[in-house]
Ligand binder design. Structure first.
Ligand SMILES: NC(=O)c1ccc[n+]([C@@H]2O[C@H](COP(=O)([O-])OP(=O)(O)OC[C@H]3O[C@@H](n4cnc5c(N)ncnc54)[C@H](OP(=O)(O)O)[C@@H]3O)[C@@H](O)[C@H]2O)c1
Length: 253
């Protein structure tokens, strides 16, 4: 795409990174379809977007919902040009205490749901000869950290999906990239802070400082900084198959 236009679908658009991405792509000039489970949060995101939006509440782990979402966008605006697979969540536990349910929930939400969205988006993009796929992964797609094995496995997996999709789609006009943030200022990180407080008895300020120090720049990443990188992936037709770290220098690759 030489200029930013067309139709974007952003999953997990209700808050945090997904909201910032939706607002950024709307400012860039795209029509943005917003999805997450909470209709109230989607309405808040829609209100923050300067351009046209469509709010579609759904649980992205439901296969039928993926088909419904794409069909609704196509019926309203035509084919999806830009897919941002951002919806995700984490769980913290040691390997020994990670339950089958936790493991499956991480794979369903962080790996299988992006796969189903990519699978549904690709034929239309290839047919039109242009498209952008951006998955919001994590630095956990690049390296292992203790107590997040299920999350880390799911994020390594989704980076593999992106790399394979980019290789398969090269030459079609469709790019696929992952954006890999460190700790970002979002409700998900607030939950991580609360978890550290519960487990260690530290106060919230100390717990937050631990997460700030994970980025060599010494602070959390702003959601808008992640959104800017997504916007770059949408604008650029030559960068594909990459996992772009937005992590204040934590992972050098
Ligand atoms: N925060 C970080 O430090 C950080 C770092 C690296 C990577 N990431 C990744 O960035 C992405 C966004 O994280 P965030 O920090 O913005 O998280 P967040 O603040 O918790 O927001 C997550 C969004 O995903 C949606 N979502 C969750 N489960 C869903 C489901 N089953 N179906 C549909 N939507 C669902 C949530 O809405 P509902 O709950 O209403 O459905 C919400 O809109 C995730 O993939 C996460 O792994 C985050």
């Amino acid at each position: 795409m030489s200029k930013l236009s067309g139709v974007a679908l952003v999953t997990g658009a209700g808050r945090g990174i997904g909201r910032a991405v939706a607002v950024r792509l709307s400012k860039d000039g795209l029509r943005v379809a917003l999805t997450a489970r909470s209709a109230g949060e989607l309405a808040e995101t829609a209100a923050a977007c300067p351009g046209e939006t469509m709010a579609l509440p759904a649980d992205i782990t439901d296969t039928a919902a993926v088909e419904r979402l794409f069909s609704a966008v196509e019926a309203g605006w035509g084919q999806v040009d830009v897919l941002v697979a951002n919806a995700g969540a984490g769980v913290s536990s040691s390997i020994a205490t990670t339950t089958d349910e936790d493991w499956q929930r991480m794979l369903d939400l962080n790996l299988t749901a992006p796969f189903r969205c990519v699978r549904r988006a690709v034929p239309g993009m290839v047919e039109r000869g242009h498209g952008r796929i951006v998955v919001v992964a994590s630095v956990a797609a690049k390296r292992g950290e203790p107590y997040i094995s299920a999350y880390t496995a799911s994020k390594h997996g989704v980076l593999g999906l992106v790399r394979s999709a980019a290789a398969e789609l090269a030459g079609t006009g469709v790019t696929a990239n992952a954006v890999c943030p460190g700790y970002v200022e979002t409700p998900m990180t607030d939950a991580t802070v609360a978890g550290i407080v519960d487990r260690t008895g530290r106060d919230a300020g100390e717990a937050r400082a631990i997460l700030e120090r994970k980025q060599p720049i010494g602070r959390l990443i702003a959601p808008a900084e992640v959104a800017e990188t997504v916007s770059f992936c949408v604008a650029n037709g030559a960068v594909t198959g990459q996992g772009i770290n937005v992590d204040g220098g934590a992972v050098q690759s």
